[in-house]
Design a protein around this ligand. Structure first.
Ligand SMILES: O=C(O)CCC(=O)C(=O)O
Ligand SMILES: [Fe+2]
Length: 349
């Protein structure tokens, strides 16, 4: 192996530590009470567990979620076949500033290059988004997916998966709504014209996992992320209580859930999004599949009126989700000289 391209090298304070703290305390929540409505107590207990996990961690795993394992296995098998192809084949569905969905291998997080390849696809086709970041420009554009020819089962596997993920994500949003004292369907309207999308992350083995990250530290911008990882560990979460990085242990058939920035704003900071990153291995590849639940482009994200009052005034000014999203996406294609848009830019002091 030759020298690593300096574009990948993390600054010393962001390099991974050699000592791993695995899974200490990250909640694992059994969702089976969702499917047995005859018994009230376990369900109320579940809502409490979800609320505590959102408050204390912003990250948790769910088991017994009712999502068939075969659907996930089909997606995983198709993803492995896709990424194993030559660069030339993968570049046939390459993402660019106009065709924003598809394959990509040069993404930056916080202006440092990630050691990964991705394939992105939207859940709604087309997905409607603002044409430009200019707040006065009302023009809209349509985002379409690009599907590879190989493997032939790719498209169907992906569409089945996204349908199931959507159901699970919306069920979780109901539990989160209840845990905040809201009506269960309080959030549903925001997702009528959703801009949700799914990413396949492929992290190849890396000769310098001490200097490079698969995905640099970040928080997810959407409402909620539902993530599947294979059996190779790598995801690390910044623990709120002491800011230590904790490795999320792969749990067969579980999904990892994390609170995104939008829930942070809707809940007026009752639940906060949490920083996470991905560590690499010298001789193992890793795959993960996040489903990013995101609202309609026209949503003005702001603290929900039921959750604010004189003692707890709104902590954020409203922002337009579509404009925020495409502004953030710019940094995927170019190295910016300044920090990209963040929710704290809308914070009311
Ligand atoms: O690969 C992972 O486990 C996490 C990936 C991630 O955080 C992301 O794609 O936003
Ligand atoms: Fe993430």
């Amino acid at each position: 192996m030759g020298e690593i391209d300096p574009a990948f090298i993390q600054t010393p304070e962001h390099r991974p530590k050699l000592s791993i703290i695995e899974d200490e305390g990250i909640p694992v929540i059994d969702l089976s009470p969702l499917f047995d409505t005859s018994n009230k107590e376990p369900f109320e207990n579940l809502v409490k567990q979800i609320g505590n996990a959102c408050k204390e961690w912003g990250f948790f795993q769910v088991t017994n979620h009712g999502h068939p394992i075969e659907i996930r296995q089909k997606l995983e098998a198709a993803a492995r076949k896709f990424f194993a192809q030559s660069k030339e084949e993968k570049d046939k569905v390459r993402r660019d500033a106009v065709k924003v969905m598809g394959y990509y291998d040069s993404e930056h997080t916080k202006n440092i290059k990630d050691w990964k390849e991705v394939f992105d696809y939207t859940v709604e086709e087309p997905t409607i988004m603002p044409a430009s970041i200019d707040p006065h420009d009302k023009e809209l554009i349509h985002w379409y997916n690009q599907w590879p020819e190989y493997p032939p089962e790719f498209r169907e596997a992906f569409q089945d998966y996204s349908q199931h993920m959507e159901n699970l994500a919306l069920k979780l949003m109901e539990l989160i709504a209840l845990s905040l004292g809201l009506s269960p369907k309080r959030f549903h309207g925001f997702f009528k014209d959703q801009t949700s999308w799914i990413r396949l992350n492929y992290y190849p083995p890396c000769p310098s996992p001490d200097l490079v990250l698969g995905c640099g530290r970040h928080k997810d911008t959407g409402a909620l992320t539902v993530l599947a990882q294979d059996n190779v560990s790598g995801l690390e979460v910044r623990r709120k209580s002491d800011a230590e990085w904790i490795r999320v242990k792969p749990t067969p058939d579980a999904y990892i859930i994390n609170v995104g920035d939008i829930i942070q704003v809707w809940s007026n900071d009752a639940y906060e999004s949490v920083e996470h990153r991905v560590i690499l291995h010298p001789n193992q590849e890793r795959l993960s599949y996040p489903y990013f639940l995101k609202p309609a482009h026209y949503t003005n994200v702001q603290p929900l009126e039921e959750l604010i009052n004189e003692q707890n005034p709104p902590k954020y000014k409203p922002y337009n989700w579509g404009k925020f999203h495409i502004t953030r996406k710019r940094s995927n294609f170019m190295k910016l000289d300044v920090e990209n848009i963040q929710i704290y830019h809308f914070k009311i002091n």
